[in-house]
Design a protein around this ligand. Structure first.
Ligand code: IVH
Length: 672
């Protein structure tokens, strides 16, 4: 029986059950970071709930997981007063400042006390109000007294429970942030689309929470750490440590990197320790927050107008450096966006030598008035990619002149355009060599046609030697001309041709993604391939038919339609067809997929540390059988790291890259 045919009584019971189950799975996945069921199983239950709710709308509960993303655009954010003001913290910048803070506290409170040390998460503060366990609203800090109601957007954050594990009425306060990897990905996308980039994860998080479209917020992977309880009856905790444990118990996400100490000397070691570990964390922190642990002593210490006297924020020194800009390099992306990079005198920054820094786009360069010979302040955005924050105008000589922007594409020489609605310069020549090379590199890349042995260097060589002009030419390559190229021997030519040949059989979604249609990422390509099953049917589809697919919006649909309407595209597809490149979906049908997929299907897995249940080769074989690819080193392409005892640098790297780490117990569970 399909869910919608269930009688009302039974449907009502099942809805309760599903909401409860899905809540539990989300908690395990998003809060505890320990998924207990495969994503497909979650999706199946979620779909069942959607079907029941469609059949019986009166059964839709406010805290149902289906209610996280509302459809409508917001008109603005209503102002809300905080019942208890959201204060800020006084800052400390040195060991001496901390000692001074400790002296002050010792004068304000009686007897012994301890300190609770926490990371100072660099995001934006919010207060979540729960009534009888239900999330009623979420408000930003604002000026501390009045904030903005951002409930619709906050509900899209999957680690925030819509219903607590206990029916308590309280306010939980914490910091919403964007993980470093999500920030980098977002900026990459924005750069490619010619949109303004966010300066750092904090701005990205704040911009995302104040976006008027909750769908956008939902797509940006925000997260939260709660760090305080407010307005709760019968004081349920007597220390900060207990308060955080209570937050954990009721299903709210706290940061586990925390510690209680008796002396300010130990607090200092914690500070120094995290100053080192800071770059390895998957989110940005800008310091350490030190709080008197005992709540009764906090009350004794009291407050100033703007901050508690029982807490202080130790701020890390900014990871910035100064150096001189010698030249500016302009590079052309796949869609013609031309981006500037400053080439500078080498300088040490957060543990690496930096020579290049992103300038993002022409509008930002104009705004910052960046010139050759300028002394620049460089910082690592998201601790990873260096960028120029500003230049020191006082250091300029009298001869300094405004930078003259290129008028022509550095690769093909055609005139560049600065479109009104864009912040970037664009090369509009569809035959531009740099764009062509980027398109080719994208086509062969791992998530697209996955052709091994065709790195950027080889692609460029093939292009420069006029062996390929477009992606279809790859399938017409023969061995002899390859052998004439530098550094390509008999064996590598054979390997290359066989990898290309193998890719002819790829399922449609890889080809669709590989073609580089604007706005069509790997996920959209998969949805389209699953639904339309052949290039021909998709080619015939109208915008209306395309947007019927769940997860595909107007922008993607219109972009696909105009792509297929181009004459060059018609020719390219013919050429691919004649080369016998598959244009059908050969993956499993949607229904079969849920049944056959395992937790490891199509995942790239790395094993590290000492294993106790398996021999390494045995585990490797098992994982291969379950559809995984096992590799030796952790990179951004790794999906899971299986960590045994005493795992070392691979574990640290996985954490840094935000990769899911699982233990042997989890592997056993999945095998069973
Ligand atoms: S406690 C009254 N703990 O830092 C105490 N704040 O100026 C209020 N922050 O706006 C703050 N991580 O948004 C506290 N573990 C943490 C924090 C934290 C980040 C932010 C918070 C506040 C600012 C302090």
């Amino acid at each position: 029986m399909s869910p919608s045919e269930l009688p009302f009584e039974q449907a009502s019971i099942r809805v309760d059950e599903l909401v409860h189950l899905l809540d539990d799975y989300s908690h395990q996945y998003y809060v505890l970071d320990k998924p207990t069921i495969p994503d497909e199983e979650y999706d199946r239950l979620y779909k069942e709930l959607v079907e029941l709710e469609e059949a019986y709308p009166q059964l839709i509960q406010n805290h149902s997981p289906t209610q996280r993303i509302g459809g409508a655009l917001l008109e603005g954010f209503e102002k809300v007063s905080h019942d208890t003001p959201m204060l800020s913290l006084d800052n400390a910048f040195s060991r001496e400042d901390l000692a001074e803070f400790d002296r002050r506290v010792s004068q304000l409170v009686d007897g012994e006390y301890s300190y609770h040390c926490e990371l100072k998460i660099d995001g934006l503060a919010v207060s979540l109000k729960y009534e009888k366990g239900r999330l009623v609203y979420a408000v930003t800090r604002g000026d501390g007294t009045v904030g903005e109601n951002v409930t619709a957007n906050v509900k899209t954050i999957r680690s925030i429970p819509l219903k607590l594990k206990k029916p308590l009425t309280l306010e939980a306060r914490g910091e919403i942030y964007m993980p470093k990897t999500s920030f980098l990905k977002l900026n990459e996308q924005r750069e490619e689309r010619g949109e303004a980039v966010f300066a750092n994860p904090r701005n990205a998080a704040a911009g995302t929470i104040r976006n008027l479209d909750p769908q956008v917020t939902a797509s940006r992977n925000l997260n939260i750490f709660l760090y305080a309880l407010a307005n709760v009856a019968d004081r349920p905790a007597s220390t900060q440590d207990e308060a955080l444990k209570l937050l954990d118990d009721i299903g709210l996400r706290t940061n586990s990197e925390r510690q209680v100490y008796d002396s300010i000397e130990e607090v200092w070691s914690f500070v120094e320790d995290y100053q080192q570990k800071r770059t390895e964390l998957p989110y940005e922190i800008d310091g350490i927050v030190i709080k008197v642990n005992e709540l009764s002593k906090q009350e004794q210490a009291g407050y100033t107008v703007k901050a508690p006297k029982w807490a202080i924020a130790y701020k890390f020194p900014a990871e910035e450096a100064r150096t001189v800009i010698r030249s500016i390099e302009w590079s052309v992306g796949r869609t013609g966006v031309v981006t500037p990079t400053a080439i500078m005198d080498p300088v040490q920054l957060a543990g690496t030598t930096v020579r290049r820094a992103s300038l993002h786009n022409i509008d930002l360069m104009i705004e910052k008035d960046i010139r050759l010979g300028d002394t620049a302040l460089v910082r690592k955005a998201g601790d990873i990619i260096p960028e120029v924050v500003r230049v020191d105008k006082e250091m300029r000589s009298g001869e300094s002149e405004a930078y003259v922007f290129p008028e022509n594409c550095p690769a093909c020489g055609s005139e560049l355009t600065h479109l009104e609605e864009e912040v970037a310069l664009r090369c509009m020549n569809p035959k531009c060599s740099a764009q062509a090379k980027e398109r080719l590199s994208h086509f062969v890349s791992r998530n697209a046609m996955n052709i091994d042995g065709l790195g950027e260097r080889v692609v460029s060589q093939l292009y420069e030697n006029q062996l390929i002009r477009d992606v279809a030419d790859l399938y017409y390559l023969t061995k002899d001309p390859l052998l004439k190229l530098e550094k390509i021997g008999d064996k590598s030519a054979d390997n290359m041709l066989s990898a290309i040949n193998k890719s002819r059989k790829n399922s449609l979604e890889r080809l669709l993604f590989g073609l580089g249609i604007r706005h069509v990422g790997a996920k959209a390509a998969r949805l389209l391939a699953e639904e339309f099953e052949s290039m021909e049917t998709l080619k015939q589809a109208s915008v209306e038919e395309i947007i019927e697919i769940d997860g595909i919006g107007d922008t993607i649909a219109e972009s696909i339609r105009s792509f297929f309407d181009l004459e060059e595209v018609e020719e390219l597809l013919d050429k691919l067809n004649q080369a016998q490149v598959n244009m059908l979906y050969t993956g499993k049908k949607k229904e079969e997929q849920a049944a056959a997929d395992t937790y490891f299907t199509d995942k790239t897995v790395v094993i590290t540390g000492k294993l106790s249940h398996f021999k390494r080769t045995e585990l490797k074989n098992k994982l291969n059988d379950m559809g995984a690819k096992v590799t030796g080193s952790v990179s951004k392409n790794t999906d899971y790291l299986i960590a045994g005892e005493d795992a070392g640098s691979k574990l640290a790297k996985a954490r840094e890259l935000g990769i899911t780490v699982i233990d042997e117990a989890k592997v056993l569970e999945e095998i069973e």
